[in-house]
Design a protein around this ligand. Structure first.
Ligand code: NAP
Length: 334
């Protein structure tokens, strides 16, 4: 367990060798949220990049318009030193088996932006092929925007195995610096810690706990007869104001910026909602992530055409929360 006062070292551009990644031919597989940002930042840092996509991808035209050579994943695997796997996590295994593994040679490197497929053993690269992680802490558009503004996004790096020629850590640091993360900070972790903490944060807080909290709070006010507009402002819209305070000042100093009434109310009611039982359920969620149950369920969901995900998206889209939200956002963000 990390102890207070024991911090991980934070690497920056000073520790990353720009020459190392600049000497590699990089194939960025996928041109979505992460792939596009990685490719553009790498190229602006002087790295030679081509894009690997499937033949009917609608993103081929965009990548070509933005000046990239686009080819198949298999061609990238045959011609590039480093393959940055910016594909949806649940298809890594099938693309790897069909289009990468048959061509892999000792000295090449596979790079991931999330540890899912490596930690949950969807992919097991042969000896002599490097396996590294460079995971920016934020979405692709922020990675690109920050880079263009002369800054970057914090990134995590991890090393599973060296390739036959290069030290995995030096390569990961060099790549992280080339996408701009060396301008702010790079933390070294493991595939397990990145994969599991990232999934846990999404499930317990960002995309699970928080979303369902907002939805239930909104519905509680609506069902008690309060106007939907008020319910939306109080339980959904204002989350940004608190999130911004936490982002810039942290939890403790956020409290200094809210009223005593809000602070006292938060204290007496927050602990009623999130109590020891909620913590026990969080531990259960973490356990299901660590033992691979979540990964297996997600792969099954993908295999069955994402039926639960599609149903949830449709229900949310047609919910009163979205109806009132869309109505208010049309006035707020004209
Ligand atoms: N999004 C984030 O905030 C974030 C942050 C950190 C790390 N990551 C990680 O980054 C990786 C990529 O995620 P993402 O959010 O960037 O995904 P994404 O936006 O869905 O983009 C995936 C890209 O892969 C392409 N693709 C799909 N199937 C393909 C195939 N068979 N062959 C070649 N290309 C294919 C897609 O093409 P089409 O568009 O034509 O379908 C798309 O360009 C994941 O490992 C994810 O966990 C994401």
């Amino acid at each position: 367990m990390s102890r207070e006062g024991e911090f991980l070292p934070i690497y920056t551009d000073k520790e990353g060798s720009a020459g190392l990644i600049a000497a590699q031919h990089v194939g960025v597989l996928g041109y979505g949220a992460q792939g596009r940002a990685h490719a553009l930042n790498l190229r602006d840092s002087g790295v030679s990049v081509k894009i690997g996509l499937y033949a009917s991808s609608p993103r081929i035209a965009l990548a070509q318009k933005e000046g990239f050579e686009v080819c198949s994943v298999a061609t990238c695997a045959q011609t590039c030193d480093l393959l940055a796997c910016m594909l949806p996590d649940e298809i890594h295994a099938q693309v790897y088996t069909k289009e990468i593994a048959p061509f892999l040679q000792s000295g090449q490197t596979l790079l991931f932006a999330h540890g899912f497929s490596v930690y949950f053993k969807q992919i097991q690269a042969p000896e002599g092929v490097g396996v590294i992680l460079v995971a920016p802490k934020g979405p692709g558009y922020a990675l690109r925007e920050n880079y263009q503004q002369g800054s970057g996004l914090f990134a995590l790096i991890a090393m599973q195995q060296n390739n036959a020629q290069h030290n995995a850590k030096e390569l990961a640091l060099s790549y992280a610096c080339a996408i701009g993360s060396g301008r702010v900070g790079i933390l070294q972790t493991t595939f397990k810690h990145e994969a599991c903490s990232d999934l846990f944060g999404e499930q317990a807080v960002l995309c699970g706990g928080l979303v369902h909290l907002l939805e239930n709070a909104f519905n509680t006010l609506l069902e008690a007869g309060y106007p939907g507009e008020l319910a939306y402002f109080e339980c959904v819209h204002e989350i940004k104001l608190i999130a911004d305070l936490i982002y810039h000042k942290g939890l403790a100093r956020m409290q200094e910026h809210i009223s005593n009434t809000a602070e006292y109310g938060g204290l007496v009611s927050g602990t009623k909602l999130v109590d020891a039982q909620s913590k026990a359920r969080m531990q259960e969620i973490l356990g299901r992530i660590e033992n691979g149950d979540f990964a297996r369920a997600f792969m099954q969901e993908a295999k069955q055409g994402y039926t639960h995900l599609r149903a949830r998206q449709s229900a949310l889209q047609h919910s009163p929360l979205e109806t009132f939200g869309a109505h208010l956002r049309a006035h707020l963000f004209k």
